[in-house]
Design a protein around this ligand. Structure first.
Ligand SMILES: Cc1cc2nc3c(=O)[nH]c(=O)nc-3n(C[C@H](O)[C@H](O)[C@H](O)COP(=O)(O)OP(=O)(O)OC[C@H]3O[C@@H](n4cnc5c(N)ncnc54)[C@H](O)[C@@H]3O)c2cc1C
Ligand code: SF4
Ligand code: SF4
Ligand code: SF4
Length: 384
């Protein structure tokens, strides 16, 4: 049976819980809300399936991969679509195609009050909720079994998620059902914990005395594609912007520092990402800073699908060497105070860590001041 001795060895994909025929595994949250499998030994028959299915390791299935992915810069031809998506709306072009063929699409949406969770869509309207990056780990509870059922019912399924999620799903579904499953992964630097996100929303609502009705993790309309600013819309109709503590790598899942998928041999048919460094491929492609997708086509099936949707996109072939952003080369370095952050959170709660490590309070202001002084000194030295 599955045993997690080091939390960095589990990405929370739910494959083990999904495969257990005895429902002996439940996914239980840790202090930050990251889910880990817990075995009820009274139900376990020691069949070993849960250990076998786990694909969070270097031996994940690469049997379908091309020798080297085809790389493209891509932007949707419709500017409205680009504005509603995180990057260049490659995901929308591909998922439109699957839905038009009568397939179903799975992606990260919201349940309850902006709790990030994977959902199933059969229409473009339902799919639209998946657009935009949600920088929180998405809950997959029950989703892998639902995907398998769809495949057994003869449906084409597109599943989009982090590479650790696509790797787990690929392993759980197995070779026989893989034919009608299309996997899209994102280049991923790591996921923050669901509880911090929940606390953050509650903190903002209390501060404003109002309810949040819409979240935009990156507001392209007001700040462009490059900027990292969230916009929250409140019930009163006004909007507020924050740059939140999530971007400091301090609350990532432990597994993100040991990620097996920060490379170009991807556990999916197609990979999508922000195309940082797009200028090297064509300096005019994203001049308006509205967003540019990097697309890596990883398998023959990925090629077939990308060819079918190319007429919806402006694309330019790119050299793989010009696309290698850090998380296509190595995992993120986890913040040295990650453990202290968790201890402080358990002992003192959200507000304390928000002020100590986040973007509020005097500590933040001192940090910002120090950073500014450093960059001014750098600039002066460079000028001399
Ligand atoms: C946690 C996270 C980390 C990322 N790290 C990087 C990075 O280091 N470098 C980089 O270039 N790009 C990164 N991205 C990907 C990038 O932000 C865009 O999601 C990607 O380029 C798709 O853009 P799009 O316009 O084609 O898709 P959109 O139309 O914006 O659709 C968003 C897609 O992302 C999926 N998605 C959104 N949130 C989550 C989530 N929490 N978990 C799983 N899937 C999700 C949706 O299911 C959908 O397929 C990250 C995204 C997330 C969610
Ligand atoms: S060993 Fe088999 S029965 Fe036991 S938890 Fe794993 S999958 Fe379930
Ligand atoms: S990585 Fe996935 S399959 Fe492996 S132990 Fe964690 S939840 Fe289970
Ligand atoms: S960095 Fe790796 S382990 Fe962490 S969420 Fe992304 S794919 Fe999963």
């Amino acid at each position: 049976m599955i045993r997690i001795n080091d939390p960095a060895d589990c990405c929370g994909c739910t494959a083990c819980a999904s495969i257990c025929n005895h429902d002996a595994i439940t996914m239980e949250p840790d202090a930050l809300g990251f889910l880990y499998p817990k075995v009820d030994e009274s139900k376990c028959t020691d069949c070993g399936l849960c250990e076998k299915v786990c694909a969070f390791n270097d031996n994940y299935d690469k049997s379908l991969n091309l020798l080297k992915p085809d790389a493209y810069a891509a932007r949707h031809k419709d500017m409205n679509e680009i504005m509603k998506s995180r990057s260049g709306a490659a995901f929308v072009a591909i998922s439109d195609y699957i839905l038009e063929q009568g397939g179903v699409v799975y992606g990260a949406g919201y349940k309850d009050h902006f709790r990030v969770a994977h959902k199933r869509a059969t229409t473009k309207e339902e799919r639209d909720e998946f657009r935009g990056s949600k920088y929180v780990q998405s809950d997959l509870t029950g989703v892998f079994r639902q995907v398998k059922q769809d495949l057994k019912n003869g449906l084409t399924v597109l599943f989009s998620g982090t590479p650790c999620q696509t790797s787990g799903l690929n392993s759980y579904v197995g070779k026989k059902l893989r034919e009608n499953l299309v996997l899209i992964d994102i280049v991923c630097h790591g996921v923050p914990g669901p509880y911090i996100w929940r606390n953050y929303l509650a903190y903002l609502e209390k501060k404003q005395g109002d309810i949040i009705t819409m979240v935009n993790f990156r507001d392209k309309e007001r700040f462009g594609w490059k900027a990292h600013k969230e916009t929250f819309t409140f019930e009163g109709g006004y909007k507020m912007n924050f740059t939140y503590v999530f971007y400091q790598h301090i609350m990532f899942r432990h597994s993100c520092g040991k990620c097996h998928f920060c490379n170009t041999t991807r556990p999916s048919d197609i990979t999508i990402a922000d195309f940082w460094g797009w200028e090297k491929t064509d300096p005019n492609f994203n001049q308006d800073d509205k967003g540019c997708s990097l697309v890596l086509v990883n398998t023959p099936k990925g090629r077939e699908i990308f060819e079918a949707v190319k007429d919806k996109l402006n694309t330019i072939p790119a050299e793989l060497d010009n696309c290698l952003q850090p998380n296509l080369q190595h995992p993120s370095v986890i913040h040295p105070k990650r453990m202290q952050f968790e201890k402080d959170y358990i002992k003192h709660g959200f507000k304390y860590v928000m002020f100590k490590y986040g973007d509020a309070g005097w500590r933040y202001k001192v940090r910002r001041f120090k950073q500014k002084v450093k960059s001014i000194i750098k600039w002066i030295l460079w000028k001399r």
